[in-house]
Write a protein that binds this ligand. Structure first.
Ligand code: ZN
Length: 584
């Protein structure tokens, strides 16, 4: 398909290339308190590149332990509470009158007043996991009030506080170190580091041309960063039909008090003293945050753990972090003197200068024009076979995808396996996958219990849901790889761990269970003590379900026989309910 047609389809569906707009917040004047009273030492900073996203806050160390006091940074009220085994874990949001929202995550527990509004929501929804905008019964806090205790909840792998500041109206996350008050509390005199420079042949749309790259590692010599021993660089081997030059920089930063690798704040690329490209990560729009996969060279990250900031972008990249975005250089204009600078938010900076020679003009064939079939991210892509179909809207993935298709009927699943693309290819959002239901199934086969499984390179199958529609199973899935049909008719299995029928639990502080599902996973779980709902917590690290016997549940216990009833449901609506008599 020609580029013109692709663009035509693409334009009405997604806005892209949004221009960089600095926030009109008075970062110098606003005076905010520290969220903790211990020295603020960072294990992660704002904008550093993580798997699939730019980090949207500061990770503050908590001396390796949980339970440090967390304080409100400004007057305000609790506007949102979230409790989840994943992501932010236990988190609260405070809206402030100055137009900012502060967010504190991975917490362990809350003071009684905060805990009671959270529990009220959990009780109302009969769920441990909640994410609620708090409209009524909110709590007003004063700057410096104790609001929580630090922890290690959710997707956290060591105790720390994840601290964010957002602009309330847009919900954009702001770089907390743009605020003068926090730059004073968190000192940094160390400049960024530059590990290497990568040159790319790219298409006019900014896509990396496979195999057409050249990497140079950097050395620091007498305070100056150099590549290629300061000799001019010849990139003739990269010149490809219908291509341009793009440059990426593997650059990171560390702050004074810790050795954790953080991200840089601001980088520029100049050619012959004219600025070609500039990046500055001041704020994050969560709608676009996953486009990190387009901003960085994702293969270099996946295969070599290198965080390479590309100083050019594809036409589907909507990130608002490029004050100047002119990094696609014509080969005929590539020769010249370049300089690259990287700066942290405290103003420490480094510079690299290098020279490119004029490349010879013999352009090599462009693989995108070969017989291999590619899907381009800026098109609508469809793949239609008799028993396997895909419909992929624009901006679902980031780089041209070579069409790889393999069918294997010699397996244990309900249908053949269909491999399309590679499991390791990052995907921005879901697209439609359809697999035809085999015709030889018995008449009473539970068609509505069939779903699509996506099998990883290691052979692990994850259940991706799906609906039965006219002989097909359809599901929206965020991922390429090997798809197949599986059927889930088996309800979760509930297994008590520290109690059983007739157990005396007078001295117990918790009741613990394992709940396992064979395929689609445990979607809902609830417990009732003498027919009244009681909180059941999913402890993800221990993979246990825990009913605390505390001041909330204990008053429900009667002397003598009590009944605990536990309910679980999987992703295909298979339900299990068990009950036990417990003596108190
Ligand atoms: Zn964090």
């Amino acid at each position: 398909m020609s580029h013109l047609i692709r663009l035509f389809i693409f334009l009405p569906l997604i806005s892209f290339g949004q221009s960089y707009e600095p926030k009109s917040i008075n970062f110098d004047e606003i005076d905010l308190a520290a969220p903790m009273s211990i020295p603020l030492i960072l294990s992660g900073n704002f904008g550093e590149m993580r798997g699939n996203h730019f980090h949207s806050g500061l990770d503050i160390k908590t001396e390796g332990v949980v339970g440090k006091k967390i304080f409100a940074i400004e007057d305000g009220y609790i506007s949102r509470v979230r409790i989840s085994p994943w992501g932010y874990g236990k988190a609260i949001y405070i809206d402030h009158p100055n137009g900012l929202t502060s967010l504190y995550a991975h917490l362990s527990r809350f003071p009684a007043a905060v805990d009671s509004i959270i529990y009220a929501q959990q009780k109302k929804q009969e769920s441990h996991t909640i994410d609620e905008i708090v409209l009524t019964d909110s709590i007003f806090v004063k700057k410096g009030d104790l609001i929580a205790f630090s922890g290690n909840s959710g997707s956290s792998y060591a105790p720390h506080l994840h601290f964010e500041i957002r602009e309330t109206v847009t919900e954009h996350a702001l770089n907390p170190l743009l605020f003068n008050c926090y730059r004073k509390m968190i000192s940094d005199k160390r400049p960024p580091r530059l590990s290497g420079v990568k040159f790319y042949a790219i298409t006019p749309e900014g896509y990396m041309i496979p195999g057409k790259t050249k990497y140079f590692s950097c050395q620091e010599k007498a305070g100056k960063w150099v590549i290629n021993n300061n000799q001019p660089i010849d990139l003739s081997s990269l010149v490809t039909e219908n291509s341009k030059l793009g440059i990426g920089f593997h650059t990171t930063d560390k702050l004074d008090a810790a050795n954790n690798v953080c991200g840089v704040h601001h980088t520029t690329l100049l050619k012959d003293d004219i600025q070609k490209h500039e990046q500055q990560i001041d704020y994050i729009d969560f709608e676009h945050n996953r486009f990190l996969n387009s901003h960085q060279d994702y293969w270099a990250f996946k295969q070599e753990k290198k965080n390479i900031h590309k100083h050019f972008s594809t036409i589907i990249n909507p990130l608002e972090i490029y004050p100047q975005n002119d990094g696609k250089i014509n080969w005929t204009e590539a020769a010249g003197n370049y300089s690259f600078t990287a700066k942290d938010v405290h103003g420490n900076s480094i510079m690299l200068q290098f020279t490119l020679t004029a490349p010879s003009n013999e352009a090599k064939p462009n693989p995108f024009n070969s017989n291999n079939r590619y899907f381009f991210p800026d098109s609508v892509n469809t793949f239609m076979k008799e028993d396997f179909q895909l419909l992929i809207e624009p901006a679902c993935f980031y780089e041209p995808l070579q069409v790889i298709y393999r069918v294997d009927s010699s397996n244990k699943y309900l249908s053949p396996t269909y491999q399309f693309g590679e499991y390791s290819v990052p995907v921005q959002r879901k697209f439609d996958v359809r697999i035809k239901v085999p015709e030889n199934l018995p008449e009473d086969f539970p068609l509505y219990k069939i779903g699509i499984g996506l099998i990883s390179d290691r052979g692990y199958l994850s259940f991706k849901g799906g609906d039965y529609v006219d002989g097909w199973i359809e599901s929206a899935i965020r991922g390429f790889g090997t798809y197949t049909l599986v059927v889930d008719t088996i309800a979760p299995v509930i297994k008590p761990l520290d109690f059983n029928e007739g157990k005396t639990i007078t001295k117990y502080r918790t009741l613990e269970m394992a709940i396992d599902d064979n395929l689609s996973g445990v979607w809902t779980f609830k417990s009732y003590l003498n027919d009244t709902w009681v909180l059941t917590i999913y402890d993800r690290p221990k993979q246990r379900y825990i009913i605390p016997l505390d001041e909330r549940s204990k008053p429900l216990l009667k002397k003598g026989n009590n009944t605990i009833r536990i309910f679980a449901e999987d992703g295909k609506g298979n339900e299990r309910e068990v009950s036990y008599t417990l003596i108190y």
